[in-house]
Design a binder for this molecule. Structure first.
Ligand code: NAD
Length: 434
């Protein structure tokens, strides 16, 4: 039985990872064809620059040693240092890391940042480890990554199941392994740190804020507001919670929410702050929240609503779930939540998709602000951060919206065309060494 479960898990993982790489390559090729991308640059961008697979030992609380597998994939750095999150999840593998690293290259380019794209993580289920074990795992992984990351080379950030605490451990480990006089100059080796450890006011909410703003900008383009709009959110973590928080503030109503433990529904609206307090006192678990009914997880995407926000894992909107979606707008908080078949179905139904590389770019833009502050020793108040963030996000939204309208294409392809064109220009200007 044990072996069968293992086989099943590995089959599920294979489906997930094949889909992720397939998705990102199909999206890339569609945009590359549209802009007639220089064939030599297409070759470069179709492949990752560097891929690290690291096995490292960690002592567990019971004295046993466990071997972990960590990844860091650096896709492209034509525009600047590699930038992208670290994820702790059983589905982390080389193909997922490659796909996610590529998405980062497009995301940073679209946002106009001086960064390339990277991604990585550790293949593990963090709920199975104590806080002390997670700290040792993180520190040992950082030590093993050594000079393959660095504040002007490759700058990780939080992602699924990692947070500001994880970043504080990474920064501390990295800085502790530098010569004493260089330690403080290396604080920006990661972003998404706690405020007291060099973090940015507002970084915690930046991704969800960006999701909310993108939805608002889209509605405004139709002369509509958020007032009374019903939305559903998959994933009630950093991205899902903050997106729901800001949407509710402007009069929208959360009617269904799903996390890894369960799915909740209340057509009258679920109060976001109440649910957050319930879930934080319940180890991040929303199931059992008394002011909503539990629904089957397969019914979640079919809930009647205006806006659907996938903010958990990749490959959630597929040929199975897409036909059920009733929303007019899908705002991608997660990376790669809609696969290629799911996307075709949504577009055929006339549903607009605000693509991940635009919709969730608030996080990496805020990370850039944190990096700038660490470099210059500056500290911006939260109002200034949110203001700067909003300006950048509006600029990105307008570019993508106008491009899509002018070219008669969907917003994802438009976002890719803009992102890839910027990188293409950099290659053409610089040429290929030697
Ligand atoms: P998180 O760990 O804070 O929260 C993840 C949430 O997803 C949790 O509520 C969890 O229960 C839920 N979840 C996990 N597996 C699920 C499943 N199978 N079905 C339903 N729900 C499930 O993670 P996060 O930081 O909010 O990241 C969520 C997504 O957003 C990821 O795809 C990540 O790559 C993307 N993203 C995050 C950031 C960021 O700044 N944190 C930035 C850009 C993109």
């Amino acid at each position: 039985m044990e072996i069968m479960t293992e086989e099943l898990n590995s089959k599920t993982k294979n489906i997930l990872k094949r889909g992720m790489m397939d998705n990102v390559m199909e999206q890339f090729n569609r945009a590359a064809n549209h802009i007639h991308l220089n064939p030599n640059i297409r070759k470069i961008l179709s492949i990752t620059n560097n891929e690290l697979v690291i096995h490292f030992p960690v002592k567990m609380d019971n004295g046993d040693v466990e071997i972990f597998r960590g990844y860091r994939v650096q896709h492209n750095n034509a525009l600047g240092p590699y930038k992208g999150g670290l994820r702790y999840h059983p589905t982390v593998d080389i193909d997922a890391a490659r796909a996610l690293a590529m998405w980062m290259t497009w995301k940073t380019s679209l946002a106009g940042l001086p960064y390339g794209g990277g991604k990585g993580g550790i293949q593990l289920d963090p709920s199975k480890y104590s806080q002390g074990e997670l700290e040792r795992i993180t520190r040992r992984f950082t030590f093993a990554l050594a000079d393959n990351i660095g504040p002007e080379h490759d700058i990780p950030a939080p992602d699924l199941n990692t947070n500001s605490q994880t970043m504080a451990w990474i920064a501390d480990t990295y800085m502790s392994t530098r010569p004493p006089a260089e330690r403080s100059a290396n604080q920006h080796v990661v972003t998404g740190k706690p405020i007291e450890s060099g973090g940015l006011e507002g970084r915690d909410r930046a991704t969800g804020f960006g999701v909310y703003l993108n939805i608002k900008f889209w509605l405004n383009s139709k002369n509509e507001t958020l007032q009374g709009k019903r939305f559903i959110v998959q994933g009630f973590g950093n991205v899902g919670y903050w997106a729901a928080y800001f949407l509710e503030q402007e009069g929208a109503k959360l009617v269904a929410v799903q996390d890894v433990f369960g799915s909740l529904y209340n057509p009258e609206g679920i109060q976001v702050e109440k649910l957050y307090n319930y879930s934080t006192s319940n180890k991040g678990n929303i199931a059992g929240f008394p002011e909503a009914s539990i629904i089957d997880k397969h019914d979640f995407f079919g809930v009647d609503c205006d806006i659907c926000i996938p903010a958990a894992l990749g490959n959630q909107i597929t040929k199975e779930s897409a036909p059920n979606i009733k929303a007019r707008l899908v705002a991608e908080g997660a990376n790669g939540p809609t696969d290629v078949e799911g996307e075709k179905i949504l577009l055929a139904k006339g549903i607009t998709i605000i693509p991940d590389i635009l919709c969730n770019s608030g996080g990496v833009i805020a990370s850039y602000f944190e990096w700038l502050q660490n470099r210059s020793g500056d500290m911006w108040p939260i109002d200034e951060v949110m203001d700067k963030l909003e300006k950048k996000l509006k600029n990105s939204f307008d570019k993508v919206y106008e491009y899509a309208k002018n070219e008669g294409i969907d917003m994802r392809t438009a976002a890719y065309c803009i992102a890839i064109t910027r990188i293409e220009k950099a290659y053409v200007q610089r040429g290929i060494f030697p």
